[in-house]
Design a protein around this ligand. Structure first.
Ligand SMILES: Nc1ncnc2c1ncn2[C@@H]1O[C@H](COP(=O)(O)OP(=O)(O)O)[C@@H](O)[C@H]1O
Ligand SMILES: [Mg+2]
Length: 601
C-alpha cells in the first residue's frame, strides 16, 4: 500500500481529511479543548510574564550595579543590589515552576481529551470504516500524533509565548539602555528567520516520513506477533526479522536526517547571532569611545543582547515543533470528525419484536467495494421460532447475509425486514439487541471468563452468568480453572482450547437471550470431541429462537425447517434435505463431498 501522508490519513479516517489553515486548527483546539482550562491557562501565562520580567530585571540590574558600586562607589549598594538579585532569582524560580507545571498539565489533559474523542469516534464507525484501516497503524497514530500535539502545546504554543515574552523583556532593557543600538541589532532577525524557515521545511518533510515509517513498523510488529504460531511452525523467524530490520533501517534513515537538520539549527542561529554581537560591540565601542555610551549602559545592553539570543534560538526550533503538532492535530480532527456511513434514520423507532419474529430477505442485492459478488437478488424467509440452514461453497455469500442482517453494511437493493419492520427504519441499538451472533472464530477479550460472558448483557448478575455457562455446557471446565469464573483468558482467549472458547461465546449469546440467533459455522474449527459439547450447547441456545445457521455438517442441516443453498452470491436451491437430495443439484454434490469441502475453482 502506498503510504503517502494523505493516503494514510484518508485510510485511517475513511473520509478525506480537510486541509485546514493553521489558525483554524488553533481556534478549534482552543474552542474544543481549552474550555474549562482558562483559569489554569491564565495563571500559566501570568507566571510566564513574571518569569520574563525577572529575566529582563536580571539583565537590567547590571546597569545600576556598575554605576552605583563601581562608578559611584556606594558601599550601601554592595548589600542592597546582591539582595535584589537574590530576590529576582527566587521570584523567577517560583514563576518558572508554575509555568512549567501548568503548561505540561494543560498539554497532558488536552492530549488525554483528544485520545478519548478519537477512540469514541473511531469505535462508532461502521464496519466498512473500521476495515479501511490497519489496526496497528491506527494505534501508532493514536499514540504518536497525540504526542506530537502535546509537544506542540508545551514547547510550541505555550513555549512560544514564553520565548516571545523573554525576548520582549530583553528588548525593553536594550531600548532603555540605547534605542539606536537596539535597532541595529534587530537587523539580524531577517537572516535568522530565513534560516529557520529553510530548516523547518526540511525537518517537516523528514519527520512526516519518519511518522509514516512508524506506522509501517508497528504494522509489521503486530502482524509478526499475531501470526506467531505460523511464524514458528513455518520457521519464518528469519523472514520476518529481515522485513522488520528493513523497516527499522528505513525509519532510522529519516529520523537521522531529522537529527542532522535539527542539530544544524542551533549552530546556524548562533553563527548569525555571534556575527551580530560582534558588529554591535564594535559600534557600541565606537559610541563609548566618543562619549555617547556609558560603561554601565554598554554592559547592560550587551548582557540583554546576549540573553536575547536564547529565545531567538528556541523560537527557531519551536516553529518546527508547532508545525508538526498542527499537522498532527489536523489528522486527529480528521479521525474525530469521521462519521459512520450507517446510522439511525431521523425517525428510527426501536424494533418491536415478539420473541421469534419472522426474518425476511426480499430480493436483496449487495456489493462490497470490490469485484466480489456479495449478494445478488437473494430472497428468503424464516418464520418465528424456525431454524433455517445456509449451505454453499466458501465465498458464496453466507457470512455476508449475516453482515447485512446486522446492518454492518447497508444493502444496495431490495429489503430486509424483521416482524414486518425494515431494518433501516429501526434503531441500530435495538436491532442488534435482538440478535445474538456466534462467529466462526470465537472472539474473546483478555478479561476474565465471567466478564467475557457478561458482554452478552452488561447488567447480568453473577447467577445469570453461571446459568448461561451451564446451559452452554461450559460450567464444568470453567469451575475446573484455577480461578474459576474469574480466570483470565489471555490474549484472544489463548489460554483456552478452541472448543472452550466457543462454549464461552455461546454462553455469551445465551445470556443475551435475543429472539434471533445467527450461527456462523460455529463448530467448523473444532475437533469431534469439542464439537459434541458445543453441539449440545447450541441446541439449548436454539430453543424457541428464530435461527439462521451457516452449516457445514450434515447433522446441523437435517433438522432445519428449510435449507437454502448459496453459490456466488445467489440462492440456487432451497428445500428440505430430502427434497434437495432428490433434485440432485449443488446440494447433492456438496453433500456427497461433505458440506465443508471447498468447491473446486
Ligand atoms: N469485507 C469485505 N470486503 C470485500 N469483499 C468481501 C468482504 N467480505 C467478504 N467479501 C467477499 O464477498 C464474498 C462472499 O464472502 P462471504 O460472505 O464471507 O462468503 P462465505 O461466508 O459464504 O464463505 C467473497 O467473495 C469475499 O471475498
Ligand atoms: Mg463465511
Amino acid at each position: 500500500m502506498n503510504l503517502r501522508p494523505d493516503n494514510l490519513t484518508a485510510a485511517v479516517t475513511a473520509v478525506p481529511v480537510k486541509p485546514r489553515g493553521d489558525w483554524a486548527i488553533v481556534r478549534r483546539l482552543l474552542r474544543d479543548y481549552l474550555g474549562g482550562k482558562w483559569g489554569l491557562l491564565a495563571f500559566g501565562i501570568g507566571c510566564m510574564v513574571v518569569s520574563a520580567a525577572m529575566n529582563g530585571a536580571l539583565a537590567g540590574i547590571i546597569n545600576p550595579a556598575i554605576k552605583r558600586i563601581f562608578i559611584l562607589k556606594h558601599s550601601a549598594d554592595l548589600i542592597r543590589i546582591p539582595l535584589e538579585i537574590m530576590g529576582v532569582i527566587v521570584v523567577r524560580a517560583a514563576a518558572s515552576f508554575g509555568e512549567q507545571s501548568i503548561t505540561n498539565t494543560i498539554a497532558e489533559r488536552i492530549s488525554a481529551d483528544v485520545q478519548r474523542d478519537m477512540f469514541r469516534s473511531q469505535i462508532r464507525l461502521d464496519i466498512g470504516g473500521l476495515n479501511a484501516v490497519h489496526s496497528s497503524e491506527m494505534i501508532s497514530k493514536f499514540l504518536y500524533d497525540t504526542t506530537l500535539l502535546r509537544n506542540a502545546i508545551t514547547r510550541g504554543l505555550l513555549g512560544m509565548g514564553r520565548e516571545v515574552l523573554t525576548l520582549i523583556a530583553m528588548l525593553v532593557v536594550m531600548v532603555w539602555q540605547n534605542w539606536e543600538l537596539t535597532i541595529i541589532s534587530l537587523l539580524l532577525l531577517p537572516p535568522v528567520a530565513w534560516i529557520t524557515d529553510k530548516i523547518g521545511r526540511s525537518l517537516r518533510k523528514s519527520s512526516t516520513r519518519g511518522m509514516e515509517e512508524t506506522g509501517t513498523l508497528s504494522k509489521t510488529l503486530t502482524e509478526a506477533l499475531t501470526g506467531r504460531r505460523i511464524v514458528k511452525a513455518y520457521n519464518l523467524e528469519d523472514h520476518v526479522t529481515e522485513i522488520a530490520e528493513g523497516r527499522i533501517a528505513k525509519r532510522l534513515r529519516y529520523l537521522l536526517k531529522a537529527v542532522r537538520t535539527r542539530s544544524a539549527a542551533v549552530p546556524a542561529t548562533d553563527m548569525i547571532g555571534g556575527i551580530a554581537a560582534a558588529i554591535t560591540v564594535a559600534i557600541a565601542g565606537y559610541l563609548g569611545i566618543h562619549g555617547h555610551l556609558a560603561i554601565n549602559q554598554f554592559a547592560a545592553f550587551v548582557a540583554a543582547m546576549l540573553l536575547a539570543q536564547q529565545p531567538v534560538r528556541n523560537l527557531s526550533q519551536l516553529q518546527t515543533v508547532s508545525t508538526e503538532g498542527l499537522a498532527a492535530a489536523n489528522r486527529i480532527f480528521g479521525v474525530i470528525d469521521a462519521k459512520p456511513d450507517i446510522f439511525d434514520r431521523p425517525n428510527a423507532k426501536p424494533l418491536a419484536v415478539a420473541r421469534g419474529s419472522a426474518v425476511r430477505f426480499d430480493r436483496v442485492s449487495f456489493r462490497y467495494n470490490s469485484e466480489a459478488p456479495g449478494l445478488d437478488n437473494v430472497s428468503l424467509e424464516v418464520l418465528p421460532g424456525q431454524k433455517i440452514a445456509l449451505v454453499g461453497p466458501s465465498g458464496a455469500g453466507k457470512t455476508t447475509l449475516f453482515n447485512l442482517l446486522l446492518r454492518f453494511h447497508d444493502i444496495d437493493g431490495g429489503s430486509i425486514t424483521i416482524g414486518g419492520q425494515d431494518i433501516r427504519d429501526v434503531t441500530l441499538l435495538s436491532l442488534r439487541d435482538h440478535i445474538a451472533l456466534v462467529t466462526q472464530e470465537p472472539i474473546l477479550f483478555d478479561e476474565s471468563i465471567a466478564e467475557n460472558i457478561a458482554q452478552g448483557r452488561r447488567n447480568a448478575t453473577r447467577q445469570e452468568i453461571i446459568e448461561s455457562a451451564k446451559a452452554a455446557a461450559a460450567d464444568d471446565f470453567i469451575t475446573a480453572q484455577a480461578d474459576g469464573y474469574d480466570s483470565q483468558v489471555g490474549e484472544g482467549g489463548l489460554r483456552l482450547s478452541g472448543g472452550q472458547r466457543q462454549r464461552i461465546a455461546i454462553a455469551r449469546a445465551m445470556l443475551r437471550n435475543a429472539p434471533i440467533l445467527l450461527l456462523d459455522e460455529a463448530t467448523s474449527a473444532l475437533d469431534t470431541e469439542s464439537e459434541r459439547h458445543v453441539q449440545e450447547a447450541l441446541s439449548h441456545l436454539m430453543e424457541g429462537r428464530t435461527t439462521i445457521v451457516i452449516a457445514h455438517r450434515l447433522s446441523t442441516v437435517l433438522d432445519a425447517d428449510r435449507i437454502y443453498v448459496m453459490d456466488r452470491g445467489r440462492i440456487v436451491e432451497s428445500g428440505t434435505h430430502s427434497e434437495l437430495m432428490l433434485r440432485n443439484g449443488l446440494y447433492a454434490r456438496l453433500h456427497h463431498r461433505g458440506l465443508d469441502e471447498r468447491e473446486p475453482g
